[in-house]
Design a protein around this ligand. Structure first.
Ligand code: TGC
Ligand code: FAD
Length: 387
């Protein structure tokens, strides 16, 4: 028997350092996440602050950024960390994506020196948590339509509007908020506790339950001039951050798929049906072989995109291709694994149904599968079909 990832020898494409980082993150997940994840998922509560500190201690938060307490590691190393985190739960990878690739990246790429000094070292250590407010109740796929405004009043900015579905929203120490100004869309750092800012958690989620998701209401939030991110102007600012987080999902989704496939292979070996192990039937083997193929192809694609990113040539369209393919295939793998577990597949005793329902969120956030399809359609035809 070989492990599903051994089929394409993906490990041979990694450096010793990348393999070590993967192992370290796996150990943290085994210690801090796996023993508790079912309970967190069931209760819909996550000890985000404690987890952020634990993840900060091993250097995962903003690990692909240089300086300001960040490790400055390569894209593939970051990707493998996302893979291990999402093998534990998509909600944990989300916490890390939003912290490192959205909130920290926005400050790192577009912030002033003072903003970077103030927030990045504490965020890398997990002592401060960030969130990223782009989506609004009426504008998800089409953020260009956003209604949140920032208006100059004297030397200050005053923000009004509502952001929706914001990961880490109510636990964040700082919210990166994107708003419409007279000079186009600009980003603002809104510290928690600023008068006029309130966060209300989304309840009754069936997916991504081990993750904090909130509405942010900005009602006359007054900020000093220095709260604006000076380096971002227009929609390319937030979209530039999304490329970073989408890249992590290309790897992360394969982590969730791998955990499902390993669970299903073990289950099919143990489970006897009609007096033989489930794994001895051709129908089962076809399912397993097809899933191992898609998993292997997805991992090869992820590592390839990672190497392009390290070389500085990765394009947003290639990130869209990776996100679209790997999340779609991961969801298909999770659903197929669920069938192999029969009735046991619908309980939280096994991780498969949890991954499957989580991946429904992953399919939607960071650009829906339809939006990434249209990005590729535009690249192939030259015609934007979004509107
Ligand atoms: P369009 O006219 O095409 O572009 C406007 C400006 O943006 C530039 N641009 C990009 N820049 C960097 N990276 C990209 N991927 C970019 N795509 C476009 C573009 O060059 C232009 O720049 P400029 O200087 O000429 O102004 O924009 P559009 O309004 O037609 O929209 C394009 C579309 C639909 C692809 C875009 O709006 C989009 O990607 N929509 C999806 C929104 C989305 O993904 N939201 C995610 C919110 S965050 C989240 O979900 C976090 S989940 C938690 C977790 O990660 O775990
Ligand atoms: P809509 O844009 O209303 O889309 C509804 C449907 O219409 C989708 O199937 C979509 O693909 C389709 N559609 C849209 N436009 C077109 C078109 N032109 N052609 C064909 N079909 C189209 N956002 C943040 O800013 N920060 C966060 O931290 C964050 N975290 C999230 C966490 C979770 C758990 C979830 C579920 C979402 C999160 N989001 C976050 C929001 C997420 O990015 C949006 O949900 C996503 O962009 C889609 O927007 P929407 O839900 O408004 O769907």
């Amino acid at each position: 028997m070989i492990a599903p990832t051994a089929l394409f020898a993906v490990d041979t494409l990694l450096t010793d350092e990348e393999r070590e980082i993967r192992k370290t993150v796996r150990k943290v997940c085994d210690r801090e996440i796996r023993p508790h994840i079912t309970g967190w998922f069931e209760s819909g509560e996550l000890p985000a602050r404690e987890l952020a500190r634990a993840l900060g201690e091993v250097g995962v938060l903003g690990m692909h950024l240089e300086g300001y307490g960040c490790a400055g590691l390569g894209a593939v190393a970051y990707g493998m960390a996302c893979l291990e985190l999402e093998a534990a739960d998509s909600g944990l990878r989300s916490l890390v994506s939003v912290q490192g690739s959205l909130a920290m990246y926005a400050i790192w790429e577009y912030g002033s020196e003072e903003q970077k000094q103030q927030w990045l070292p504490a965020m890398a250590a997990g002592e401060r948590i960030g969130c990223f407010g782009l989506t609004e109740p009426d504008f998800g796929s089409d953020p260009a339509g956003m209604r949140t405004t920032a208006k100059r009043e004297g030397g200050d900015w005053v923000l009004n509007g509502t952001k929706m579905w914001i990961t880490n929203g109510s636990v964040a120490d700082v919210a990166v908020v994107w708003a419409r100004t007279d000079e186009g869309i600009r980003g603002f750092l809104v510290p928690a506790g600023t008068p006029g800012l309130t966060a209300n958690d989304v309840k009754h989620k069936v997916s991504l339950r081990a993750s904090v998701t909130s509405e942010l209401v900005l009602d006359g939030v007054r900020l000093p001039e220095e709260a604006m991110l000076p380096g971002a102007r227009g929609l390319s600012g937030p979209l530039g951050c999304l490329n970073e987080a989408r890249f992590g999902i290309v790897f992360g989704a394969m982590g969730a798929a791998l955990d499902c496939l390993e669970t299903a292979i073990a289950y099919a070996g143990d489970r006897e049906v009609f007096a033989k192990p489930l794994s001895a039937y051709q129908l089962t083997q076809e399912k397993l072989a097809d899933m191992a193929l898609e998993l292997g192809k997805g991992l090869l694609l992820a590592v390839h995109l990672g190497r392009l990113k390290e070389a500085g040539t990765l394009t947003p369209e290639q990130v869209s291709a990776g996100k679209l393919n790997n999340v779609r295939e991961a969801l298909e793998i999770a659903r197929t694994c669920r069938t192999l577990l029969g009735a046991s597949g619908i309980t939280l005793e096994y991780p498969v149904i949890r991954h499957a329902v989580n991946l429904e969120s992953v399919l939607t956030y960071e650009g829906t599968s339809e939006i990434h399809t249209l990005v590729l359609g535009k690249a192939l035809t030259g015609i934007p079909a979004f509107h």
